[in-house]
Design a protein around this ligand. Structure first.
Ligand code: ATP
Ligand code: MG
Length: 545
């Protein structure tokens, strides 16, 4: 028996032990009405995790019962995202693959006197549903004969009625304390072209009726869904029991993933795309899987995050800094180091010969078991980051200051001899001298110097736009919150930086730690190549400035 790491696996273990089930099957059931987001990653990890752990099966089940919102484009994107995460489904299935079966099961419910055609409008139905404290009112059509219901349902399918003119309802209990059991609608008339079945159907089953049937038809043993479906479970069970399913699938609910500063409703994400607040579904600031992939978040880091937060029965919110820590932890081990300056400040090393170059040695990644170095060309003209120089430094300032020393990473210690100011009074250039015999690895100069800063060779550095990101949403939650009020208006910072040419000679998909700066990767934005932040080096959005 495998060791359970959450309450769902515990349930599965008990069922295996008692012989209630002998093999395990789950499914991942997205509606193809948008792109997957990080919340779906949690559901994917759970469903595919159970498959792997119990040597079972897991289908990708597209829940396409709402033709007005669903598209092939979304289905394709969903497949790509799952592939990116490295999960393999046994089959791709759709609710629409089972429309004929679902229809036949509805006919069976009618024959058993468990369903009736109702002529009330959707508005009338909801007005008569009752409240938490009052029972609902029975529909005047509730006691139609089986014969009449069968004929009317066939006419619904044949297109003899207008949209919304009739519907099929389960005949359960208008006084049930669970409103979902008060004769829920199980089929509606809707003339919308479906992206898979075209105009073949003008009636569509409702989620609550289709889902238990599709689970059953596929051989699902455990139908894992989020907590908001808990109140729907009695209906899920009602369908299976009335239709006499043997080995009825069991629905188990778990808590949704919520992350601070991230919005995870497809509806709102769609709004951001449509109103141009972001560049698209794959904008690197988006919490969609395509956005995270474009951002350069490693799939492994995302799965690690999902494993660490675990599966629980209580809703909660995870700090985004926790996700970022998982990403940093992965990249710290896997990303190459490189040098970039975001705000270049020119430095001339006056005592270094004109035209001379030499190699500075640079460790590719200090976490590698077998250390590898790379050469970086050093010369008389370099750039450092303007933030690494201070005209009026505070005490204990270890970066460069007038008459101060600093080490250039992998190269020499330099001393700032003279500051050249522009007409505007801003620092324009530094005239420095390098300390003889102070080269990294061979330093016999005796000069003590605490600070080490990054630099690039001015003769070979590549000019590039570098983008850093803030969160799309500010922290605070307003009561009755409207996400648009929480939008962070400054979620992108753009720098005209300079980087080593290596970045553009190396694998275009590589991730880098720009030392002392953050993790970055190359990205094409509207055909322009930029360097885009994956995650900052430190948690710099939550520190109080
Ligand atoms: P949204 O509310 O963003 O539209 P959804 O629940 O409608 O999401 P579906 O496509 O129906 O999205 O979801 C597919 C599966 O992913 C469902 O089982 C759903 O419960 C699960 N899921 C969706 N959001 C989350 C989340 N934030 N955390 C965990 N699981 C989620
Ligand atoms: Mg949904």
């Amino acid at each position: 028996m495998v060791e359970a790491t959450n309450f769902i696996e515990q349930i599965i273990n008990e069922e295996l032990e008692s012989g209630k089930v002998t093999s395990i099957q789950t499914r991942f059931p997205p509606e193809p009405n948008g792109y997957l987001h990080i919340g779906h990653a949690k559901s994917l990890c759970l469903n595919f995790g159970v498959k792997e752990k119990y040597n079972g099966k897991c289908n990708l089940f597209l829940d396409d019962t709402n033709p007005s919102k669903e598209k092939e484009e979304f289905e394709e994107a969903i497949k790509k995202d799952i592939e990116w995460l490295g999960f393999e489904y046994d089959k791709i299935t759709h609710a629409s693959d089972y429309y004929e079966d679902i229809y036949n099961f509805a006919v069976k419910e009618i024959e058993m006197g468990n369903a009736y055609v109702c002529d009330m409008t959707p508005e009338e139905i909801s007005a008569n549903r009752g409240t938490l404290t009052e029972p609902g009112k029975e529909s005047p059509y509730r006691n139609r004969s089986v014969q009449e219901n069968l004929a009317l349902f066939a006419d619904m399918r044949a297109g003899k009625f207008k949209d919304g003119e009739k519907c099929l309802r389960a005949k359960i209990d208008m006084a049930s304390p669970n409103i979902n059991m008060r004769d829920p609608v199980i089929y509606r008339i809707l003339r919308e072209t479906h992206y898979r079945t075209g105009d073949k159907w003008c009636i569509y089953p409702m989620y609550d009726f289709a889902h238990p049937i599709c689970d059953y038809m596929q051989g699902v043993t455990h139908s894992l869904c989020t907590l908001e479906f808990e109140d729907h479970r009695p209906l899920y069970d009602w369908v299976g029991i009335t239709l006499g399913f043997k080995n009825k699938p069991r629905q188990i609910e778990f808590a949704r993933l919520n992350v601070t500063n991230l919005v995870m409703s497809k509806r709102y994400l769609k709004k951001l795309v449509e109103d141009g607040s972001v560049e698209g579904w794959d904008d690197p600031r988006m919490p969609t899987l395509t956005g995270l992939r474009n951002r350069g978040i490693p799939a492994e880091a995302l799965k690690d995050f999902c494993a660490r937060i675990g599966i629980s029965k209580a809703n909660s919110e995870v700090q985004i800094s926790y996700l970022e820590a998982c990403i940093r932890e992965y990249l710290n081990i896997h990303a190459e180091r490189a040098m970039a300056v975001l705000t270049p400040l020119k430095v001339t090393i006056t005592n270094y010969p004109d035209g001379k170059t030499e190699n500075a040695e640079f460790e590719i990644n200090p976490n590698e078991e077998v250390k590898r170095n790379r050469n970086i060309e050093f010369s008389k003209h370099i750039y450092i980051d303007a933030d690494d120089f201070s005209l009026n430094p505070p005490p204990k300032y270890f970066r460069l200051k007038p008459d101060g020393y600093v080490r250039l990473k992998g190269a020499y210690i330099i001393k700032c001899d003279q500051v050249v100011l522009g007409d505007d009074g801003q620092v324009k250039e530094l005239l420095c001298s390098f300390v003889e015999n102070s080269k990294s690895g061979n330093d016999i100069s005796g000069v003590k110097c605490k600070g080490v800063i990054q630099w690039v060779n001015a003769d070979t550095a590549v000019d590039v736009e570098i983008r850093k990101y803030g969160h799309l949403l500010n922290d605070e939650e307003y009561p009755g919150q409207d996400f648009s009020e929480r939008m962070n208006k400054e979620s992108v910072k753009i720098f005209n930086g300079k980087v080593e040419p290596y970045i553009f000679e190396n694998d275009e998909n590589a991730s880098y730690q720009f030392i002392r700066t953050g993790y970055f990767k190359r990205l094409k934005v509207k055909d322009k190549e930029i360097l885009s932040e994956i995650v900052s080096l430190k948690d710099n959005f939550n520190v109080k400035k």
